[in-house]
Design a protein around this ligand. Structure first.
Ligand code: SF4
Ligand code: SF4
Ligand code: FES
Length: 521
């Protein structure tokens, strides 16, 4: 370990740490552009210059390792003057189009210029102009705004292992070039938009949709596959407009794939079930919640219960369903869609997984089994709860043996629209909170990002009421209480605590471990 002083604050960090990272751990932000913790150090932007006592000249904090007893000044007049010069050079050709730039409000060039730059420009010549280029995939390159930090080039080279981008030309004509015949259609290439510190790489999908300051943000977990990438859901006026990666070294480092990013659209469906419905004289009619829950419970009386669950349901919802199944001596099944796996080679254990659902691991550990069709699971006279599954590709005849079907979900599937006894409208993942278990057995929390339509209620809340109506103990008032009951009754979840999961999650208990401390990473 090495001890040094940064801006008067003593800090001790492992040998080999850069001054920039050491400053971070001391709570001091060293301005930077080319440095990114997920990429190899390039040291090309010079924005991180700091003064180190006894050094003959200023040092780039990203490329200089800490030394024992070093005294570092980040905000000394000499360091500030140097960085002011760097900003002046960067702005020589950078257009002042912040009012129409998608990056405004989350742009590091704006932020550092505001914090440390010159109040005005000494440059009187016309600025360089270049047209916008379509880089393929979801990415637009606005060359005028590029500060040539090379983060995008290094990401494609060192993390994606597809060297599509390069620095073409030199001097004031330099720009980011794209290899002839290649583009950014790799499922992981969209991360260059997040990595770009300015508005030079933009998402076509998000273009002109919102200003950064209009967005509400909530921590969530991507439901696109079993990897469970940590994400931030951004909403504008209750409409989800973007999913961005949230760093988690144990799961997705700093990245998300394109399948996950584009998955935000599903959460904005307009054809939502938003009122409880019950069938009266052959017709579905709007009812209140009490009646709908009573009808749903009554159809299971004296019958075996088959639950068709979505593998995107939370652990809490699956646990409550498991209890209902136990009350009615039934069974729980789920279907899983599969796709091609796409590995991000430069990141540890990160891939768009073949299993395109967020909680198949949770479903399996709570006793649900995977099926491809329902005819074997449903016996004549069974009561069936379809929970979250949209029954895509399912023929109504597969459920014809059931005495009655209840739908608990977000949009009533056509296959059962004519036969359901009751519809209980519930929230989607971004409208409730809960936990999901990824393919490595990491249990991760997600938070509510938008409000549900109509009188739809959180899935776990509806299932708790239904469990009580069926005769079980469903007196839970918070998802944390459901999770506590789950952890208390299932050895695989033993030792986990809802609050202790935080926003980065914890792994399921390995066999033999008994406390959260033993399983925390
Ligand atoms: S496009 Fe963005 S990430 Fe790439 S070099 Fe330019 S400023 Fe850096
Ligand atoms: S890898 Fe899976 S979890 Fe991660 S962003 Fe892609 S679809 Fe979502
Ligand atoms: S961040 Fe250090 S030189 Fe760019």
């Amino acid at each position: 370990m090495v001890s040094l002083t940064i801006e008067g604050r003593p800090v001790t960090v492992p040998d080999g740490t850069s001054i920039l990272e050491a400053a971070k751990s001391a709570g001091v932000l060293v301005p930077h552009y080319c440095y990114h913790p997920g990429l190899p150090v390039a040291g090309v932007c010079r924005m991180c210059l700091v003064e180190v006592e006894k050094f003959p000249k200023l040092a780039p904090a990203c490329a200089t390792s800490v030394g024992e007893g070093q005294v570092v000044h980040v905000h000394s007049p000499k360091a500030l003057e140097a960085r002011k010069g760097v900003l002046e050079f960067l702005l020589i050709n950078h257009p002042l189009d912040c009012p129409i730039c998608d990056q405004a409000g989350e742009c590091e060039l704006q932020d550092y210029t505001f914090a440390e730059g010159r109040a005005d420009s000494r440059y009187r010549e016309p600025k360089r102009f270049n047209p916008v280029e379509d880089f393929g995939g979801d990415v637009l390159y606005v060359q005028n705004r590029c500060i040539l930090c090379t983060r995008c080039v290094r990401f494609m080279d060192d993390v994606v292992h597809e060297p599509v981008l390069n620095v073409s030309e030199r001097g004031d004509r330099a720009f980011i070039g794209k290899a002839e015949g290649h583009d950014l259609t790799n499922p992981w290439a969209g991360n260059v938009v997040d990595l770009c510190p300015v508005g030079a790489l933009l998402s076509k999908d998000f273009l002109n949709k919102a200003r950064a300051w209009e967005l509400d943000r909530a921590a969530t977990v991507c439901t696109g596959c079993s990897q469970g990438c940590n994400a931030v859901a951004e909403t504008r006026d209750n409409v989800v407009v973007r999913l961005k990666p949230r760093p988690n070294d144990e799961v997705n480092q700093y990245y998300m794939c394109e399948v996950g990013r584009q998955g935000y659209r599903d959460f904005n469906r307009r054809d939502r079930a938003d009122q409880p419905l019950v069938r009266v004289n052959g017709q579905l009619q709007v009812s209140d919640w009490e009646d709908a829950i009573t009808v749903a419970a009554q159809v299971t009386e004296g019958r075996r219960l088959v639950v068709i669950a979505s593998p995107n349901l939370s652990n809490e919802s699956l646990f409550l369903l498991e209890r209902m199944i136990a009350e009615r001596n039934g069974t729980g099944v789920f279907r899983l869609s599969r796709g091609n796996e796409s590995v991000l080679p430069g990141a540890k254990d990160l891939a768009l997984r073949a299993e395109r659902a967020a909680n198949a691991t949770g479903a399996r550990s709570l006793g649900f089994s995977e099926v491809t069709q329902f005819t074997d699971a449903i016996r004549s006279g069974d009561a069936v709860f379809v929970v979250g599954d949209q029954l895509d590709g399912i023929n109504a005849s597969e459920l014809s043996a059931a005495s009655s079907v209840v739908y608990i979900g977000t949009a009533l599937p056509a296959a059962i629209a004519a036969s359901v006894s009751a519809v209980l409208p519930v929230t989607n993942t971004l409208e409730e909170e809960g936990t999901l278990t990824n393919l490595r057995g990491r249990v991760q929390r997600y938070l509510q990002a938008r409000t549900a339509p109509g009188v739809a209620r959180p899935t776990w809340y509806v299932l708790a009421d239904l469990l009580t109506a069926i005769g079980g103990n469903g007196r839970f008032y918070l998802p944390a209480e459901v999770f506590a009951a789950l952890a208390a009754t299932h050895s695989t979840f033993a030792g986990l605590d809802y609050d202790a999961l935080g926003l980065r999650g914890l792994p399921l208990a390995p066999a033999g471990a008994t406390s959260t401390a033993e399983v925390a990473v």
